[in-house]
Design a protein around this ligand. Structure first.
Ligand SMILES: [Fe+2]
Ligand SMILES: [Fe+2]
Length: 624
């Protein structure tokens, strides 16, 4: 796997390039009129429909006002008997987002509407209230702080609660039967449809002139939902260079807490002709970072400022922001497979490959590894990973070569019992039903059953059976299957259990918003999940993948930002690294990379830079 990483966190202040972007001053402007008709799909006129100017944006560049702060944004019209509407007094330098709403119809937005482009007709479909089996609709209302209905609010599901579990991300992509976004009508009412297995919704609501808000658990039941929005705080500031206001410079606001339950706000405005900038409807009481846009300030840079937004209906003044001389740094970081965050286990892979080949060809094919590959590609790939990782752990624990070979085979077959689990259950993104879970929990026993098909009994067959049976039993005996007496995990099963968990939680699966990084996987296994694992096997994992696995970006006490290339088995806190950014903000030239093999004793890691602070080019990653 190759991936391209562009550092955005600390570099954001340091990485600078081209010229100013700002767009503000506007000389004499012509006023335009937007008109058109609102129709049923049949072509029949819809009288009494409302047409709202929702937000606006400059034709080019970034506006100095928030998208809904232009005077035009208050304008709306009602269609006449012929379905016609007219909205006069629109500026010619703006493009508009227009909302169409009519009783009993699905509201629609039109983006980048240009009044110069002529008539704007819109059809509105009848809102279908009949439901397919297995679906149900949440009927809710969006209201303002006074309890008045809010029309045209967008309600976006960003997560679902199913059973005891929950899922974040674009839930529509996970389940196409979930509405991707719905809009409240003239009474503030919205209808959100999804599978009846959804117990509660995580909703994000945006409305013009009110602060965006996330609702972490909205009951999906028939009682309906009342979603109340606040006006939010106004945050304003001044941008200076050598004491002189800087007009036309883009400033970003970004919420510091990036939890999917509360993240709502990322925006950019340009400073006005007096160097001032204003963000309105900022959710109160949250912490925000204010920064410049990379490459927008020529040779100048702005240090990121953190500030908590004040109360609703009040204004927070930032201290004047001073530009400083910046550094210029460009280029991209390309991670090879060795540095992609997966452990470097080439040696172990060399050991496993012949094992895989043999098992595919000879007597073990009876057990069904080939069938497993056909049944579920992910489980097969997972088994190969677990085998490689188990051998790596076994090596660090000093197991003899013959035991390592047996461990590799046993680990490769640990999940072979999953052939007995239907593919759609294995691939199901949501929480499993109790019945489905019961089937999944049988896979250790099914694995043993398959191993009994092996002709004759060897110590390898017995080792593999035990690994199949015991890899989910857990060191503290909290797992499954439940066994009587003092039965515990065999030494090989303890190693496989550690490798199994690490691979599963760091794997790329379609329904993870993002997989845990290798570092986060270790944090979890060494933290809350620690009691489930044999301490020796866990330590073997740390030594194998490194405390800071390859691909982790860390900051040192010397203020270097460095990329971990690989573990240092002699000293897990000092991995092999490459310098990305020096303390003065410069980067080593690409033809003279600076590597510490390993990190010197005089330096130590002070901070792991979270994946959110590092922008990963996912398109590139997927294409690779
Ligand atoms: Fe398993
Ligand atoms: Fe597994």
């Amino acid at each position: 796997m190759r991936c391209v990483v562009t550092l955005s966190a600390r570099l954001a202040a340091a990485v600078l390039a081209t010229s100013m972007l700002g767009v503000i001053a506007h000389a004499a402007e012509t006023k335009l009129t937007l008109h058109g008709r609102v129709l049923a799909p049949s072509g029949k006129a819809l009288p009494g429909a409302r047409v709202h100017i929702y937000t606006a944006q400059p034709r080019t560049g970034i506006g100095a006002a928030c998208p809904s702060c232009y005077p035009e944004c208050a304008k709306s019209a009602v269609t006449d008997r012929a379905g016609r509407y007219t909205i006069p007094g629109l500026g010619d330098h703006l493009l508009y987002r227009v909302l169409f709403v009519a009783e009993g119809r699905v509201p629609e937005f039109r983006d980048r509407v240009d009044p110069l482009a002529g008539l704007l007709d819109q059809t509105l479909r009848v809102r279908d209230t009949t439901l397919a089996p297995g679906l149900r609709t949440l009927v809710g209302h969006v209201v303002d702080p006074q309890g008045q209905p809010v029309a045209g609010a967008t309600v976006t599901p960003v997560g679902i609660h199913v059973g005891d579990g929950m899922m974040f991300g674009s839930v529509h992509e996970i389940n196409a039967r979930i509405d991707p976004v719905v809009v409240s009508d003239g009474n503030g009412e919205f209808r959100l449809t999804g599978p009846d297995s959804v117990r509660a919704w995580v909703l994000r609501v945006n409305a013009r002139g009110l602060s965006p808000k996330a609702f972490p658990e909205v009951d999906a039941g028939p009682a309906g939902a009342l979603l109340k929005l606040d006006t939010g705080n106004t945050v304003t500031g001044l941008l200076l260079r050598d004491g002189v206001p800087v007009p036309g410079a883009p400033i970003c606001i970004d919420q510091v807490e990036r939890d999917a339950m509360s993240y709502t706000r990322l925006d950019t405005v340009a400073t006005d002709d007096r160097g001032r900038f204003t963000f309105v409807n900022v959710p109160a009481g949250q912490d925000y970072a204010f920064a410049s846009v990379i490459g927008s300030l020529g040779p100048w840079a702005l240090r990121t400022v953190l500030r908590t937004a004040g109360e609703d209906d009040s204004t927070t003044m930032l201290p004047p922001l001073q530009l400083e001389r910046g550094f210029r740094l460009s280029g991209k970081i390309v991670l090879s497979a060795r540095q992609s965050g997966r452990p470097d286990l080439r040696h172990a892979k060399r050991l496993v490959q012949p094992v895989v080949d043999n098992i595919m060809k000879n007597e073990y094919s009876i057990v069904g590894l080939t069938a497993l590959k056909d049944h579920d590609e992910y489980t097969y790939a997972h088994c190969v990973n677990v085998s490689v990782l188990s051998i790596g752990i076994g090596q660090t624990l000093g197991l003899p070569r013959q035991v390592l070979a047996d461990l590799g085979v046993a680990a490769l077959l640990h999940d072979v019992g999953k052939i007995a689990v239907p593919g759609d259950v294995l691939r199901k993104p949501g929480k499993l039903t109790p019945d489905e879970w019961g089937v999944v929990r049988r896979h250790p026993i099914e694995g043993v059953r398959m191993m009994t098909r092996m002709p004759g009994i060897t110590s390898l067959t017995l080792d593999t059976m035990r690994v199949c049976l015991e890899h989910h039993m857990n060191f503290d005996r909290t797992g499954y299957p439940e066994v009587a007496g003092d039965w515990g995990q065999s030494p090989l099963a303890r190693i496989v259990a550690v490798a199994d968990c690490f691979d599963a939680i760091t794997a790329h699966r379609a329904y993870h918003a993002r997989p845990r990084s290798a570092f986060e996987g270790l944090q979890y296994m060494l933290g809350p999940a620690r009691v489930s694992f044999d301490p020796a096997a866990l330590w073997g994992l740390v030594r194998t993948v490194g405390l800071y696995p390859a691909g982790t970006v860390v900051e040192t006490d010397s203020h270097h930002v460095v990329l971990v290339l690989g573990p240092n088995p002699q000293d897990v806190v000092r991995p092999h690294v490459r310098v990305l950014v020096r303390p003065d903000g410069t980067a080593p030239p690409p033809d003279q990379p600076e590597e510490w093999n390993p990190m010197p004793r005089s330096r130590s890691v002070t901070r792991v830079i979270r994946p959110e602070e590092v922008t990963v080019d996912t398109a590139e990653q997927l294409a690779a």
